[in-house]
Design a protein around this ligand. Structure first.
Ligand code: PNS
Length: 159
């Protein structure tokens, strides 16, 4: 069983994330999308909301499962029999940090990292920009799944 993990904040999941998930799901037997719990970022959605949105937008993929994790991603890998982490790379600016994390995870725990190049359609896309655009009334309909668009609209209305 070739099982990989795609970890992130997913605050919220974007079409760029979904593109990586769908491509990884074609290459591997199972993709576990893992939502980080203990991030030092300021987040718009709770972990349950982020997991819920991911479950909704990945429901068509039979080999994708969504979970949350606390602590080190390599410990999550060990306890879930996962041999590799999948990461999307948008630009060179992502590479420096991702390379460092990948080397740390391999040197300390033997967990591989597989980099997938982002679809150029989504090279500029980040959850942070989506949140900022949506917050000030920008149209992000082409950047996130419809379900996420509705949740962003609710949040903008204060619910
Ligand atoms: O979507 P993000 O914010 O880029 O996701 C970052 C995430 C959650 C993938 C990364 O911070 C992570 O793996 N955190 C878990 C803690 C950990 O293992 N840190 C050591 C990395 S070498």
């Amino acid at each position: 069983m070739r099982r990989v993990v795609y970890p992130g904040s997913f605050d919220p999941v974007t079409n760029g994330h979904l593109d990586i998930i769908s491509r990884a799901a074609r290459l591997c037997d199972e993709v576990v999308v893992a939502v980080g719990l203990n991030l030092s970022k300021s987040l718009l959605f709770t972990v349950d909301e982020r997991v819920g949105m991911l479950r909704e937008v990945t429901s068509d993929f039979s080999n994708v499962r969504v979970a949350s994790f606390e602590g080190l991603i390599v410990d999550f890998c060990k306890s879930n029999d996962i041999s590799a982490i999948v990461k999307g790379l948008r630009a060179v600016s992502d590479f420096d940090y991702e390379l460092q994390m990948a080397q740390m995870n391999y040197s300390q725990a033997g967990v591989e990292t597989l980099f997938m190049t982002t679809n150029p359609l989504y090279a500029f896309l980040s959850s942070s920009l989506v949140k900022e655009f949506a917050k000030f009334g920008g149209n992000v309909a082409s950047l996130v799944p419809k379900h996420v668009l509705d949740r962003l609209a609710e949040r903008a209305r204060g619910s």
